[in-house]
Design a protein around this ligand. Structure first.
Ligand code: NAD
Ligand code: UDX
Length: 444
């Protein structure tokens, strides 16, 4: 099938590559000319495991093309994906300007029937807006053309995006009527082999399904972070509690890992956007407000632990930071907890020596060159002469360090672990002062 994807970010690029991989003929459009040029030179703009080989092979096969030529893109596909960003605006609502700009582009250039699929995460009612917008532009052009608008939210996780798109657990499709169903089934047929994963519903329910899923997951995390904070005060170990409750199949083991707060491009913005949607509809979403508040506070957990150990004034101190990305296997720094940590450490007068396997370039882009910041070439180099080690992201390579070397390199054998990677008892025996999340060493 001929498919066009607007927006070549984390979602658009992965989705486009995966669709090309199964044989669809995909054209990707982006307004970022530099990004398009790089992709045409074989340079992949994001780090995502398994993405480079499928982009490269499908690009070489001519099934995956990148251009800024929107008119060409509209002409190409019957299917027109909108996969552009929906960042928060000033009050936290999802900003729809990029989505509506694409709707405008499609309506301005279309000459035949199109199925416009919204893959971006958008508030309930957006499909209506897209539909109206296209109708208006077509009326202004004085043409009468049929089109469908479909809501087809994306559920991929960064760091596992290719696998998630190749083997989706569900494919949510919101439609106004039955007309788009055969085409949607044909599009996703290669991913829908074992059992029917396609769930058809009305557009508003599809739009809300995406927010409800992300908010439910964020709720689990904030709940566990609250339990972790309580465990510290009560002298309990949250890791034992996690295993204990996870064994109840009604609760399950997924998404109950306490830590230094959730980040990324989705949870913080989507919880905030659903709060705004609720408020705009006269409803006070108390659970969501609490989820957001707990997470905002949790992001200060690591700097608070550091200050409880070293005092509020960190002038002259240097800290090794392992992990900068918001989660492992990505270079994405959007809403990463590490950003709160770095900024708090700097504000208290400390210097930082940081290492991340993938996100150092992005960190450099965000913070530029600073006299109180060194991006170290290895995790060991980050330790040299530091007063303590702080772990923000659970990259595999941080899970079994040479503790003798860590101790030798640090001025003080102290570790602040935002991801509960180690056994507190073992670290104590090795002579470390070990602060983790919900495992003792309480900070009230
Ligand atoms: P992104 O910021 O990585 O990419 C968006 C891309 O759209 C950019 O390359 C930008 O230049 C391009 N763009 C903007 N306006 C355009 C236009 N008029 N025409 C063509 N291209 C345009 O965003 P993302 O992380 O891929 O997220 C996209 C959407 O998918 C968001 O709504 C997000 O909430 C949702 N989503 C993201 C994830 C994720 O893990 N990142 C997962 C599920 C859903
Ligand atoms: C999330 C959703 O999982 C995905 O379905 C949606 O499409 C986009 O948003 P993503 O943000 O890529 O995906 O990563 P995810 O694995 O969900 O982690 C988000 C944040 O939650 C990370 O900062 C992670 O460290 C944190 N997290 C996750 C926890 O703190 N504890 C957990 O148990 C799980």
């Amino acid at each position: 099938m001929k498919v066009t994807v607007f927006g070549i970010g984390y979602v658009g690029l992965v989705q486009a590559a995966v669709l090309a991989e199964v044989g669809h003929d995909v054209v990707c459009i982006d307004v970022n000319a530099e990004r398009v040029e790089k992709l045409n030179q074989g340079i992949i703009p994001i780090y995502e495991p398994g993405l480079t080989p499928i982009v490269t092979s499908n690009f070489q096969a001519g099934r995956l093309r990148f251009t800024t030529d929107a008119a060409f893109g509209v002409e190409h596909g019957v299917i027109q994906f909108i996969a552009v960003g929906t960042p928060p605006d000033e009050d936290g609502s999802a900003d729809l300007k990029y989505v509506l700009a694409v709707a405008n582009t499609i309506a301005s250039h279309m000459k035949s029937h199109k199925v416009v699929i919204d893959k971006s995460t958008v508030p309930v009612g957006t499909a209506d807006k897209v539909k109206k917008h296209i109708e208006q532009v077509l009326a202004e052009r004085g043409v009468s053309l049929s089109f469908d608008v479909v809501s087809n939210p994306e559920f991929l996780k960064e760091g596992a995006a290719v696998a998630d798109c190749m083997r989706p657990e569900r494919i949510i499709v919101g439609t106004y009527n039955d007309a788009p169903e055969p085409l949607m089934r044909e599009l996703y047929e290669p991913f829908n082999r074992n059992h029917d994963k396609m769930i058809f519903m009305d557009v508003r329910s599809a739009e809300l399904t995406k927010y409800a899923a992300n908010c439910m997951l964020a709720t689990k995390i904030s709940f566990m972070n609250e339990m972790a904070n309580l465990a510290e005060l009560l002298g309990a170990d949250i890791e034992a509690v996690r295993k204990g409750i996870g064994s109840d199949s009604r609760i399950g083991y997924h998404f109950i890992y306490p830590g230094c707060g959730y980040g990324g491009s989705c949870f913080p913005k989507d919880v905030q956007a659903l709060i705004r949607t609720s408020e705009q509809n006269g409803y006070t979403p108390k659970i969501l407000q609490a989820v957001e508040a707990v997470n905002n506070k949790q992001k200060y957990k690591l700097p608070t632990l550091v200050k409880s150990h070293f005092g509020d004034d960190l002038t002259g101190k240097t800290f090794a930071v392992w992990g900068l990305s918001f989660k492992p296997n990505t270079d994405d720094m959007r809403e990463a907890s590490s950003r709160v940590l770095l900024e708090e450490l700097w504000a208290a007068g400390a210097s930082v020596q940081a290492f991340d396997p993938q996100a150092m370039e992005e960190t450099q882009r965000i913070y530029g060159v600073r006299s109180d910041f060194i991006l170290s070439g290895t995790k060991e180099a980050a330790l040299q002469g530091a007063d303590g080690l702080i772990i923000c992201t659970e990259w595999q390579q941080f899970k079994a360090p040479d503790f003798d070397l860590v101790k030798q390199q640090l001025k003080q054998a102290v570790i602040f672990d935002g991801r509960n990677l180690f056994d507190p008892e073992r670290l104590k025996q090795r002579g470390f002062h070990y602060y983790a999340i919900g495992r003792g060493e309480s900070v009230k």
